[in-house]
Design a binder for this molecule. Structure first.
Ligand SMILES: Cc1cc2nc3c(=O)[nH]c(=O)nc-3n(C[C@H](O)[C@H](O)[C@H](O)COP(=O)(O)OP(=O)(O)OC[C@H]3O[C@@H](n4cnc5c(N)ncnc54)[C@H](O)[C@@H]3O)c2cc1C
Length: 237
């Protein structure tokens, strides 16, 4: 019996001091001095003050200098959504042409986990029989690039590098309640990780409704923003 897995992210690499880097980029725009000198002469308080100002004014290009690299383990359903973001992100995904999937694992969505024993058993059977057929095709010398056509949405591994600006965009789209649960979980976990490293830099990051006060989902809105606004109205009498 194959093991089901949970989607996971780990922050494996990032700038030593992302806040200092962003602050240096901002200061350089308005100074005759070089980057090294500016970085050394700014105090931590000055850097923080400058980054607050950048976030307030929307001088977001300076955020593009800070990078964050994650190892992501998720279903191929979700990796497909993840890689739709084109700007300011780099991806490397494990190949199904060069790496055989002879013992794959997979993610079980909570709705299926909670749908009762029968549904869950059928779901698992589907993955088990896909594995058997895949292994038969490989044993019959079908190339992995073709045998993979029988695979469902099995687990995949990616290395993803964002800059801080593209992370802001990712969080605004994917921390949203309307985003699919697995990519939302990855986005929320990533947000936690980067907030740990650089809380001020990501102070204004999150779902669009939380940070911009506007819901981009229109009629499909989850209603969170409207609820919070009506709550505020009630509090204000
Ligand atoms: C809740 C939700 C539901 C979705 N449902 C669907 C769906 O049903 N079908 C589907 O196909 N996709 C769907 N998507 C994916 C979505 O359409 C985007 O492809 C994905 O979110 C990446 O966003 P992006 O293009 O803004 O990001 P990026 O590709 O990183 O682009 C960032 C920004 O750069 C600018 N930009 C990038 N490329 C161009 C360009 N070629 N021309 C002009 N400006 C550009 C835009 O301002 C864009 O917002 C969904 C996304 C979400 C969050």
């Amino acid at each position: 019996m194959r093991l089901a897995i949970e989607p996971q992210v780990s922050l494996i690499d990032y700038d030593d001091d992302p806040l200092a880097k962003v602050a240096t980029a901002a200061r350089l725009c308005y100074s005759s001095k070089g980057a090294e000198e500016l970085k050394d002469e700014m105090t931590a308080e000055e850097q923080q003050k400058l980054v607050r100002k950048i976030l307030k004014l929307g001088h977001y290009s300076t955020l593009e200098h800070a990078y964050f690299t994650f190892h992501v383990v998720c279903s191929r359903v979700t990796s497909h959504q993840l890689v739709r973001q084109r700007v300011g992100v780099s991806y490397s995904q494990r190949s199904q042409r060069y790496v055989k999937e002879e013992g794959f694992t997979y993610v079980i969505p909570p709705s299926i986990k909670n749908a009762g024993k029968e549904v869950l058993a059928k779901f698992k059977e589907h993955y088990e029989s896909s594995q058997e057929l895949y292994n038969e095709l490989i044993a019959a010398d079908i190339p992995a690039e073709d045998a993979r056509f029988v695979l469902p949405a099995i687990k995949t591994n990616l290395l993803v590098t964002y800059n801080a600006r593209s992370l802001y965009h990712f969080f605004s789209l994917r921390c949203c309640n309307r985003a699919q649960w697995e990519i939302r979980k990855l986005a929320q976990d990533m947000l936690k990780e980067v907030k740990n490293i650089a809380p001020l830099l990501f102070e204004k990051a999150g779902a669009a409704c939380e940070v911009e006060g506007e819901c981009p989902e229109g009629e499909l809105s989850c209603g969170r923003l409207a609820d919070s606004k009506s709550g505020e109205a009630n509090e204000n009498g």
